[in-house]
Design a protein around this ligand. Structure first.
Ligand code: PMP
Length: 300
């Protein structure tokens, strides 16, 4: 890529010039919200859903985004175009903005807006063939009544601690329980289990981010007449499942073949996992917002 352009506050700047103030409350306090979005072959996958989640997260923390939803949607699309991208990972960040050193968010006059679109570092193909190993960790998911996991905030310390615990255990990803011991999600993905043909993922109240990929998988599974339900489950249910998989914008649908040393199923990505990954990959370049041609912004 020749020149990388980043949208910062109200204009496009070169990557080297895209810097934010040390007084930005996003930096000082993790005070802000964000989205991780993906473009496949010139199609931004479910951009409207990401925008909805972003504006709801911002509303929840009383953060005023200085653009109408439609304007910001167009700016995301324009960032992809300006960087000449067909396939990309897009990071959209809304920070409380520059203020005083104190906590008070009202010292921040205007929210900061950052849009970065860059070529995607794909998950290694090998992992989709072998599946991954995860552990469960002592860190609990944020209680929904403390800081709702539905708010995709810049405060990711909970998830970062989980990443550290995973790494100490010698694996890349880990599962978090909620405060009652029910399985919530992984540090950056939602979880599904399959048992006797029934697919389950924890309902929102267990305390997980409402993943765009998760919701797409629920829809795709229903359309394929698969039995899919939101239900609570424990570590035992994960250990004894026939299949386990994680979903997320970066990971797509990835099989988990070992949990806390217990082999899942036959130790290989399962049939339903592979079926859902195939359906998901079929959907990604048609379901969303077309970036090209220039004049067209359409949502299917
Ligand atoms: N849970 C958490 C904590 C995440 O950070 C993510 C990634 N955004 C997900 C789940 C998956 O969500 P999505 O499918 O929208 O990427």
């Amino acid at each position: 890529m020749s020149e990388q352009w980043i949208f910062l506050n109200n204009r496009f700047v070169k990557k080297e010039e895209a810097v934010v103030s040390v007084y930005d409350h996003g930096f000082l306090y993790g005070d802000g919200v964000f989205e991780g979005i993906r473009m496949y072959n010139g199609n931004v996958f479910r951009l409207d859903d990401h925008m909805k989640r972003l504006y709801e997260s911002a509303h929840s923390i009383m953060l005023q985004i200085p653009f109408e939803k439609e304007e910001l949607t167009e700016l995301v699309v324009e960032t992809c175009r300006k960087n000449g991208l067909q396939d990309a990972y897009i990071r959209l960040v809304i920070s409380r903005g520059v203020g005083d050193l104190g906590l008070n968010p009202y010292t921040c006059k205007e929210a900061g807006v950052i849009i970065i679109a860059e070529p995607l570092a794909l998950f290694p193909k090998r992992l989709y063939e072998t599946g991954i190993e995860v552990v469960t960790v002592p860190s609990r998911r944020n209680r929904a009544d403390v800081l709702s996991p539905k708010v995709k905030s810049l405060n990711y310390l909970n998830n970062i601690l989980v990443k550290i615990e995973a790494s100490l255990a010698g694996v890349n990803e880990a599962l978090m329980m909620n405060d009652q011991g029910y399985v919530a999600e992984a540090s950056g993905e939602n979880i599904f289990i399959v048992k006797d043909g029934v697919i389950k993922t924890p309902p929102g109240y267990v305390g997980a981010l409402e993943g765009i990929t998760r919701n797409a998988i629920i829809e795709l599974a229903k359309n394929a007449q698969l039995d899919i339900r939101e239900d609570v489950f424990t570590r035992h249910d994960v250990y004894t499942a026939d299949e386990v998989f994680l979903t997320g914008t970066a990971a797509e649908v990835i099989a988990v073949v070992k949990v806390d040393g217990r082999q899942i199923g036959n130790g290989k990505p399962g049939e339903i996992t592979n079926q859902l990954l195939a359906l998901f990959r079929e959907a990604v370049s048609v379901d969303g917002t077309k970036v090209y041609p220039h004049s067209e912004v359409q949502v299917s």
